[in-house]
Ligand binder design. Sequence first.
Ligand SMILES: CC(C)(COP(=O)(O)OP(=O)(O)OC[C@H]1O[C@@H](n2cnc3c(N)ncnc32)[C@H](O)[C@@H]1OP(=O)(O)O)[C@@H](O)C(=O)NCCC(=O)NCCS
Length: 301
Amino acid sequence: MTAQLRMDALPPAGWPALAPFLFASNRLDGDVRCLHSHTGEDAAAYAEELRSLPVGEACYVAARDGDVLVGVAGAEFDVSLGRAWLRGPLVAPGREFRAIAAALLDALCARLPPAVVQYAVFVTAGCAEAIGFYLGRGFDLHASYGAYTALRAAPPAEGPPPGERLAAAEPCWRAVIGALHEAEFSGGYVTLDGLFEADTEDRMTRIALLDGEPCGYVRVHFDAHWHEGYVDFLAVAPAARRRGVGRALLRSALAWSFARPGAGAATLTVRDDRDAARALYKAAGFRRVRTCIGLRRTVTR
Ligand SMILES: CC(C)(COP(=O)(O)OP(=O)(O)OC[C@H]1O[C@@H](n2cnc3c(N)ncnc32)[C@H](O)[C@@H]1OP(=O)(O)O)[C@@H](O)C(=O)NCCC(=O)NCCS
């Protein structure tokens, strides 16, 4: 059966038409398989997101058996970071998953820019098929994460800790915040330059100052597609912990998120070994909605 498979790289204009297939084949026991592919609650939302993808930063390949679409793999990528966030491979139910997925992954990776050398995969923990597939393809288990959501209910109002204030990022704090960002989120998807870009309508960085000295930061963005605030990064320097700084930063990120027009929720993912952060989010009203597995592979080109 796989001998007849044809791999087509799709031009951007062809991506939205993949949405019904992607939406249907990404289902798994009331949840989803691939989180990077999961871009809405129905096929129309998937199509809308596919239409919005920047042309030079994404790639899709389709597997066809004759005229029948039997699988799709895609990726978003950032050449400056050298990284791709893989989507799928998603294979039609009843088809031979491993063989089709392998052919799709090869075809996809061959079409990514040569500067892209790190591949990241993010799947739900229940998707043993995908986890086994990627492990067999040289990917490593990176970490297990919880995905958390908070609905509009804001945490109780409370003043900042004594001596603390929050401020927009200023260049003079780059060294301290850069060291903290590197220590906690080395290789994160937002660089230090990105953290220190001016705030916009859809993203914000806040620095916490204790007695005038920077000691923590939060970065949040608003996902207009999901109508949700997303807390990208939050960290407090070890010497300043357990004094309410993390809570104040999180509160400012939530207040900002829920002030966006149409905001319905705030979300984040956190590594399961980050006990302090999980306790902070739980205390702030976040509820765990799923467990996700991150897999990574670095290639030489
Ligand atoms: C998570 C983190 C930001 C918390 O910052 P913090 O300033 O120490 O947190 P706060 O003092 O505001 O704590 C607020 C509440 O969170 C919970 N909490 C925070 N740290 C905790 C810990 N080590 N153990 C248990 N609960 C903890 C508590 O409920 C606490 O309230 P309480 O002190 O009244 O009991 C900080 O530990 C950190 O930077 N960790 C490393 C980076 C990280 O994991 N970031 C999150 C990744 S998504």
